[in-house]
Design a protein around this ligand. Structure first.
Ligand SMILES: [Zn+2]
Length: 188
């Protein structure tokens, strides 16, 4: 939950920024015989309002159940930050499974609609160990630095591992070593 609440504001911003398609800004073509193409990414529009709606719904669960006032500001980032403070309560509540599923769905839905350039690339299974067990996460990478807000980096979806470009050489070494280990184990 915490991880998804942490990711959602940035993803929501990405979704909103992915809404104009083509960026002509001339408005929808209403005349002509061909099917007009709206200069907006409708999927992104749907997803942006879905995030807004669902996050507001979860905040509503917490405020009504706990009799709290809720976040002062009504934007997605403020609501997610506010929810992050109530994660322990949510995780122990009857809503835990539902909230977890909704947040996961919002994150994957957002990743589906955002512009390819903003989309992280899945590299494969994480090579870190968590409490002596292999991490179950997937390594993702952003390789393009989009408008300074999306620095090139590699991170794990599960254990919190993160490497920026200055760590990539070292990470590459570790990764090769890990893969040699995997190959040896498979053969032996
Ligand atoms: Zn990991």
């Amino acid at each position: 939950m915490t991880r998804h609440l942490d990711q959602l504001p940035g993803l929501h911003e990405d979704v909103v920024e992915s809404m104009p398609a083509g960026g002509s800004g001339t408005g929808p073509a209403v005349s002509g015989t061909r099917e007009p193409r709206l200069p907006v990414n409708l999927d992104a529009g749907d997803q942006a309002s879905q995030i807004d709606k669902d996050v507001r719904y979860i905040v509503g669960l917490v405020t009504s159940e706990r009799g709290l006032a809720g976040p002062q500001r009504a934007d997605v980032a403020s609501r997610c930050a506010w929810l992050a403070e109530h994660v322990e309560w949510l995780a122990a509540s009857d809503y835990a499974a539902e909230v977890r599923a909704v947040l996961a769905e919002l994150v994957s839905g957002a990743l589906r609609v955002i512009s390819p350039i903003r989309k992280p690339i899945a590299l494969g299974p994480c090579i870190q160990t968590v409490e002596d067990l292999a991490c179950e996460g997937t390594l993702q990478a952003n390789i393009t630095n989009v408008d300074g807000r999306h620095p090139a980096r590699i991170w794990c979806t599960h254990c919190g591992f993160e490497a920026n470009t200055s760590h990539w050489f070292r990470f590459g070494e570790d990764w090769r070593e890990h893969m040699r280990g995997v190959a040896t184990t498979a053969v032996g």
